[in-house]
Write a protein that binds this ligand. Structure first.
Ligand SMILES: Cc1ncc(COP(=O)(O)O)c(C=O)c1O
Length: 321
């Protein structure tokens, strides 16, 4: 099936490998989206291919985006946008530190202009970004604001294309579902639209790490429906194919509990794969408990969405298990 994709920049190193993994004598498939690049790596890179091209077409000079202080999306946006000649401003929920680690270290090292916001102000980040953009617009500048996680009708094309890519690596008609960690919901939204476009009855499992179950479902459906509407796609969403997997981030988005750290460590020692504390560590714990232990016969692919640098910001916790 031929899909007419919006224009994009070639930023991600794709196709990423689809690997057969053995962990505790359990075999499963993992799609390595942590391999989309080195510093410019993870799931956000696929979205940025479409978003930054769109920004260039609109002749933007500035890119604004937001996230937590360990935001993988913010780090990837900074690096990719600078490469394409944009000026970048990041609006981060957290505090500055002379001893910055992980993603924040990279943001600072690569010369990011950062506005730090506390939790309360961050809840209004879209308005804050918009107001600051207006100030520049009044001076005749063009600003392109990318929402949290790059999750909008354009960004999610990254994960529509992912379905196309994965379907060439394995016949997805023989697969029951795709499992990944979900924050702003764009990855799951793209997977849902992609599965629908390619007429694949895949279950899309989204492990919520940031928002409530209801909020996340709404975000995913809104992004997916928004994309179908804006690009006039000939497909219809089956909302039953979206499964929100709840209860795996009770310790909070910025934390990770001891049991999950133990699994991350044991998985890492057996496979050489590092899972991050905010997303993939929680996503994999859910996959391990719900699929590998309980639904052994199911063919569900786990997507490693990246986030490695977040682990370096929690080295003390990682080494304490
Ligand atoms: C490593 C990693 N995995 C998963 C996600 C979640 O992706 P989405 O925001 O598209 O739901 C993110 C988002 O920041 C991420 O950085």
């Amino acid at each position: 099936m031929k899909i007419k994709y919006p224009q994009s920049f070639p930023i991600a190193i794709i196709p990423t490998p689809l690997q057969k993994i053995k962990y505790e004598n359990k075999n499963f498939l993992i799609k390595r989206d942590d391999f989309t690049g080195s510093l410019l790596s993870g799931n956000k890179v696929r979205k940025l291919e479409f978003l930054l091209k769109n920004a260039k077409k609109k002749r933007a000079e500035y890119i604004f985006t937001c996230g937590g202080e360990q935001s993988n999306h913010a780090r990837a946006t900074l690096l990719a946008a600078k490469k394409y000649g944009f000026k970048v401003k990041l609006f981060l929920w957290g505090k500055d530190s002379v001893n910055a680690k992980g993603n924040l270290f990279l943001d600072k090292f690569f010369g990011a202009d950062i506005s730090f916001l506390n939790k309360e102000n961050y809840s209004d980040v879209n308005n804050i970004m918009q107001e600051e953009a207006e100030t520049l617009i009044k001076k005749g500048k063009k600003v392109y604001v990318i929402p949290e996680g790059g999750s909008n009708a354009i960004g999610i094309w990254g994960y529509i294309k992912f379905i196309d890519e994965l379907n060439k690596q394995i016949n997805l008609k023989q697969i029951d579902g795709i499992y990944s960690a979900s924050g702003s919901g764009g990855t799951a939204a793209g997977l849902l639209v992609g599965a629908s476009l390619f007429k694949l009855p895949l279950k899309i499992y989204a492990v919520n790490v940031l928002y409530s179950k209801e909020e996340l479902r709404k975000k995913i459906i809104n992004s997916a429906e928004g994309c179908i509407y804006e690009f006039d796609l000939s497909c219809k969403l089956d909302e039953n194919n979206l499964v929100i997997v709840d209860g795996f981030s009770k310790e909070g988005y910025k934390n990770i509990n001891k049991n999950k750290l133990k699994l991350i460590k044991s998985f890492g020692e057996q496979t050489g794969i590092l899972l991050d504390p905010a997303y993939t560590g929680k996503g994999f714990t859910a996959y391990y408990e719900n699929i590998l232990l309980k639904r052994k016969g199911m063919k569900v692919i786990f997507v490693h969405t990246g986030g490695m640098f977040g682990s370096f910001a929690k080295s003390k916790e990682y080494l304490s298990v």
